[in-house]
Design a protein around this ligand. Structure first.
Ligand SMILES: NC(=O)c1ccc[n+]([C@@H]2O[C@H](COP(=O)([O-])OP(=O)(O)OC[C@H]3O[C@@H](n4cnc5c(N)ncnc54)[C@H](OP(=O)(O)O)[C@@H]3O)[C@@H](O)[C@H]2O)c1
Length: 331
């Protein structure tokens, strides 16, 4: 193998992402120099944050450069190493981008053990999405046993972990998800107490029925009408972890009619970016890894096949076509 494929950002979307915003390229595999290693990526993670990086709008991170390999989390195997900390055959997790092969200097790359945890889970429940769930739940919502917790995008990579961790704390957990199949999975497989299908058309009434004692803490992944419905059910001194706002990532308006409940219910509302809290990752990932390895934390994956399928899979993720953590299998 002397060449590999990668996907670069070809142009910036103006609203919904289009397939031609990306370009598939073939490149030569470079020779590695001292202090570097060559990795064959096995799985690429597709994540909603990538939509933000494709635009030049002000955000918490710099935009993705045009004509450069798209940013993305990866898990793969070291093919060749001239780096003292890595050996050929190691499984490594990092951010090596939408590429079959990548050279790394070891920065932000870590070796992982796949004995009890499958490699792909290091991009999901035992990776950035799991850590995001852990942070928002433990550091912001801090729910007590018996409290009611609501999580949107409940069947997804982050939401599914939030709900299961909250159940382990003894909370009443209510998910919100799109469609009967996702809701059935959230209740039957993940053990949530209830799940509201926001596509069924009775969001406010269905959420009221599922939260008879009101809502003590919200884990918000979506924003807009879904968040608005949850705000109207909050109890006094409720907590809100604002993790994502996917309903507005393409620039759609996402007005809130019920924001007054932040005042009248004296809510604590806090946004966060998980990458800004690296000091907590070892603790969080150790807990999540233990739970996955012992079968106490379940996860589901949508796996697209081959790098060329990544643009369509990513476009689908932003429309809810994924069911669980969206991955692309590369090798
Ligand atoms: N703050 C942070 O540091 C951080 C880190 C990671 C992720 N996040 C955020 O967490 C959220 C979940 O991310 P994830 O990786 O776990 O993705 P995911 O939930 O696995 O997939 C995205 C899901 O969002 C829902 N969705 C998509 N478009 C929607 C729309 N217009 N309206 C309502 N729902 C929509 C879909 O579920 P349904 O079919 O159920 O609608 C879709 O399956 C995202 O908002 C992401 O940006 C934040």
């Amino acid at each position: 193998m002397s060449t590999y494929q990668r996907i670069v950002l070809a142009s910036r979307p103006t609203a919904e992402v289009q397939a031609d915003n990306f370009r598939l390229e073939t490149a030569d595999i470079p020779a590695i120099t001292d202090g570097h290693l060559l990795v064959r990526n096995q799985f690429l993670s597709l994540d909603p944050y990538m939509r933000g990086r494709m635009s030049v709008n002000k955000s918490y991170a710099a935009p993705q450069a045009l004509n450069e390999t798209m940013i993305g989390g990866t898990v793969g195997v070291v093919l060749e190493s001239k780096h003292p900390k890595f050996t050929a055959g190691d499984t490594v997790v990092g951010t090596l981008g939408w590429a079959e092969v990548a050279v790394s200097d070891g920065t932000m790359l870590r070796k992982v053990d796949t004995t009890h945890i499958p490699a792909s889970a290091y991009l999901g429940a035992v990776g950035m999405p799991g850590m995001t769930a852990w942070y928002g739940l433990n550091q912001i919502m801090a729910p007590k046993a018996g409290e009611t917790v609501v999580v949107s995008a409940a069947s997804g990579a982050v939401g599914s972990v939030v709900g299961q961790l909250a159940k382990l704390k003894g909370c009443r957990v209510v998910g919100i998800a799109g469609g009967a199949e996702k809701c059935a999975y959230v209740v039957d497989e993940l053990g949530f107490d209830a799940c509201v299908d926001y596509k069924a058309g009775n969001l406010q009434a269905d959420l009221a029925e599922a939260t008879p004692d009101g809502i003590d803490a919200i884990y918000e992944n979506v924003g807009g009408a879904i968040f608005d419905a949850a705000l109207a059910r909050t109890n006094a001194f409720g907590r809100v972890a604002v993790c994502g706002w996917i309903a507005g990532y393409n620039g759609e308006p996402t007005p809130l009619d019920n924001a007054r409940f932040i005042l009248t219910n004296r809510l604590s509302v806090r946004g966060f970016i998980v990458s800004e809290h690296p000091e907590l990752w070892p603790q969080g990932l150790a807990e999540l890894g233990g739970l996955v390895a012992t079968g106490k934390l379940k996860f589901r994956e949508s796996v697209a096949d081959g790098l060329a399928s990544a643009p369509d899979a990513f476009i689908g993720l932003l429309k809810g076509h994924n069911f669980g953590k969206q991955l692309v299998k590369l090798g």
